[in-house]
Write a new protein. Structure first.
Length: 237
C-alpha cells in the first residue's frame, strides 16, 4: 500500500475526548501505520507533548525513536499561542501575517526569536547530549506531535528535516484541525491523524480525557527509560 495523502479514523472525526491519554493516542496511531511498509523507518517526536505519543508509536511499530526539537515563539501575553517557530538547526519561520495583525514591534519579535533559539539549543543538549542526529535519507521518517492546531510548528519541523535529508516524511498526530491537515499534507508524503475536527474553535487538549503539560524532566526520564529511544542515554540526566 502507498503511503500518500491523508489517513484518518472516520469514526473519530469531529469528536472530543477520544483518547485516554498520550500513550493511548500513540498506540492508535501505531495501529493506523502498522499495515504499511515502514522497513528501516524511524519515529521522531517533537518535545514535549510529542515524545510520549512518539514513543508509543515507535513501540507499537518496533521502530527506533529519537527527538526533533522544535519550539514555537510564543506571545508575551499568551504562552499557548505563537507567531513563529525555531527548529533544532537554529533556523526559524515567522507568521508575518499574524505579526502585522498584532502590531508586534520588530525588537520584540527579535527578542522572541533569541529566547526561543536558546530554549531549543538547551533542549537539544539535554535530550540528545552528544548523540549525532540520525541519518534520514532513504528511510521512512515518521514525525509525531500530540496535535496540530495551526500547524506552524510542524511546518517548521518539516522544513528542518527536509534540510537534514528526509526524503520520505510522514506526519502522524492524534488530533488536528482540518485546515491544518490540509496545509501539512502538501509538505509531507502523508498525514496520519486519528481525530480530525472542523470548526472555528480548536484545542488539542479537547481530544484527550487526561491532559496535562509534559515537563522537560518527564521527557528526559522517558527517553532514558525507553528501549526504543536512540538518543545517547548516558548523557541524559
Amino acid at each position: 500500500m502507498d503511503i500518500v495523502g491523508i489517513h484518518e479514523r472516520s469514526d473519530l472525526r469531529g469528536r472530543v475526548a477520544v483518547f485516554k491519554d498520550r500513550d493511548h493516542a500513540g498506540i492508535l496511531l501505531g495501529d493506523m501505520l502498522a499495515p504499511f511498509s515502514l522497513e528501516n523507518g524511524i519515529v521522531l517526536g517533537i518535545p514535549a507533548g510529542g515524545v510520549p505519543v512518539g514513543l508509543a508509536v515507535a513501540g507499537r511499530l518496533g521502530l527506533p525513536f529519537d527527538v526533533v526539537v522544535v519550539s514555537k515563539i510564543t506571545l508575551p501575553w499568551n504562552t499557548e499561542a505563537g507567531y513563529g517557530a525555531v527548529s533544532f538547526d537554529g533556523t526559524f519561520q515567522l507568521n508575518r501575517a499574524l505579526i502585522v495583525h498584532l502590531s508586534l514591534p520588530e525588537d520584540q519579535v527579535a527578542e522572541g526569536i533569541r529566547k526561543t533559539r536558546a530554549k531549543v539549543m538547551r533542549r537539544v543538549q539535554r535530550f540528545r547530549g552528544e548523540c549525532p542526529f540520525p541519518e534520514l535519507a532513504e528511510r521512512p521518517v515518521i514525525l509525531v506531535d500530540d496535535g496540530l492546531a495551526s500547524g506552524f510548528t510542524m511546518r517548521t519541523a518539516i522544513a528542518a528535516l527536509r534540510k537534514a535529508g528526509a526524503d520520505t516524511l510522514i506526519v502522524a498526530v492524534p488530533t488536528a484541525h482540518d485546515r491544518a491537515v490540509a496545509d501539512i499534507v502538501g509538505l509531507a508524503e502523508a498525514v496520519f491523524c486519528a481525530n480530525i475536527r472542523p470548526g472555528g474553535r480548536f484545542a488539542v487538549a479537547e481530544a484527550y480525557q487526561d491532559w496535562c503539560d509534559v515537563s522537560e524532566d518527564e521527557v528526559a526520564l522517558a527517553l532514558k527509560n525507553s528501549p526504543s529511544a536512540a538518543s545517547n542515554k548516558k548523557s541524559l540526566p
